[in-house]
Design a protein around this ligand. Structure first.
Ligand SMILES: Cc1cc2nc3c(=O)[nH]c(=O)nc-3n(C[C@H](O)[C@H](O)[C@H](O)COP(=O)(O)OP(=O)(O)OC[C@H]3O[C@@H](n4cnc5c(N)ncnc54)[C@H](O)[C@@H]3O)c2cc1C
Length: 333
């Protein structure tokens, strides 16, 4: 029987939608293999149990979870040691995760420990006519795609780009058994110990973690024009992000790119400055709660996604907005 494992994505005790997208992907793969098998969700963290209760209604057959105060924050060595122990014990055929900095690291570690095929930034997996798995993955910031044949894949380890994951349409009223795995029994082996976690300045925060994101596009212009966006991000306590053209010009590093070939963000507030709203960009931000856009073009596609649209030149509007925010909170800026 095929056993597909899906890594539970969560923020604190709340499940992230990517988990359901992965479950959907797992069911699709299972159907390709003839449908005989089960989908297992594997969860690691703290205070997880409440969030796991409804997974059966989305096509999950079983839930395994590991809880410990040690697992409240991702630690590559510890997570990989626990998961590889669990994988060796149960022998699943697949291990699927949603791609991000932590899971890219985790999958690479698992692949090395288990000596098995790893596909990070995966876009597609399919069963080839020759009886082996084929994968497509994005490389070079999405400018190139690789097609791979997976020779040794027991289990097949893949982290999917969030933009290709779609959650199931409807749920059923099925319940999945939820099994707590004894943390100590896995006897994790680690060579280093976490001493301290230092909180980042909001402006330095990973864009997928930030509550407020200030995103900047090509409309910021050439040369020394970036200051207005930096000032706004600082005044509002936001993390700076960008479209691909801005990253391609080295104005911000790749880890700050939003979109199909960048990261998917879902902050409480995103302010889009000088961004046209191409499909490849909006795919990475359309789940944001409150969307504001500032653009000189009334026809810009980004306005279709906004709760508040401002028609204007960012070099005129942003300094006024920053000044007003600084008046409201003089501590910032
Ligand atoms: C396979 C593939 C993958 C891709 N992946 C991504 C991805 O992950 N992320 C991504 O972002 N893109 C991605 N792209 C590129 C994408 O198609 C767009 O080209 C890109 O998102 C456009 O970026 P932009 O909005 O900054 O620039 P533009 O489309 O050039 O838009 C600039 C906007 O700024 C406005 N503007 C100009 N001056 C001002 C001003 N002074 N004040 C206010 N507004 C102003 C303009 O009206 C315009 O709407 C991908 C493309 C491909 C083919």
């Amino acid at each position: 029987m095929t056993d597909l494992w899906v890594l539970y994505e969560h923020r604190g005790d709340t499940m992230e939608e990517a988990t359901l997208g992965l479950v959907n992907e797992a069911r699709r793969l299972l159907a390709q293999r003839g449908g005989d098998g089960r989908v297992t969700v594997v969860a690691l963290g703290e205070d997880l149990e409440a969030g796991l209760q409804d997974l059966g209604t989305f096509g999950v057959d079983r839930v395994l979870y590991l809880e410990s105060p040690d697992l409240g924050i991702y630690q590559g060595e510890l997570y990989a040691s626990l998961l590889s122990g669990l994988i060796k014990k149960h022998g699943p055929d697949y291990f699927l995760a949603c791609h991000g900095p932590d899971n890219g690291d985790l999958c690479a570690r698992l692949g090395a420990t288990l000596e098995s095929a790893v596909v990070t930034r995966a876009l597609d997996l399919a069963w080839g006519e020759d009886g082996s798995w084929r994968a497509v993955r994005a490389v070079n910031n999405g400018y190139l795609f690789e097609r791979l044949r997976l020779i040794r894949a027991q289990p097949l380890i893949a982290s999917f780009l969030p933009a290709v994951l779609t959650p199931p349409q409807t749920g059923s009223d099925t319940q999945a058994p939820i099994v707590r795995v004894d943390y100590e029994s896995l006897a994790p082996v680690t060579a280093c110990e976490l001493l301290e976690v230092i909180e980042a300045d909001p402006g330095e925060l990973d864009i997928t973690e930030a509550d407020i994101v200030v995103a900047v596009g090509r409309g910021v212009g050439q040369g020394d024009t970036f200051g207005v966006v930096h000032d706004l991000a600082q005044a509002i306590g936001g993390s700076l992000a960008a479209t691909r053209p801005v990253v391609d010009r080295d104005l911000l590093p790749y880890e700050r790119q939003i979109g199909q070939t960048g990261k998917t963000v879902a902050p409480k507030l995103i302010i889009n400055c000088g961004i046209s709203g191409a499909n490849e960009y909006t795919a990475g931000m359309e789940k944001s709660q409150l969307v504001i856009a500032l653009n000189t073009d009334p026809q810009a596609r980004i306005f279709r996604f906004t709760d508040l649209g401002v028609l204007g030149d960012l070099h005129q509007v942003l300094p006024l907005l920053t000044q007003r925010l600084q008046e409201l909170d003089p501590e910032r800026g």
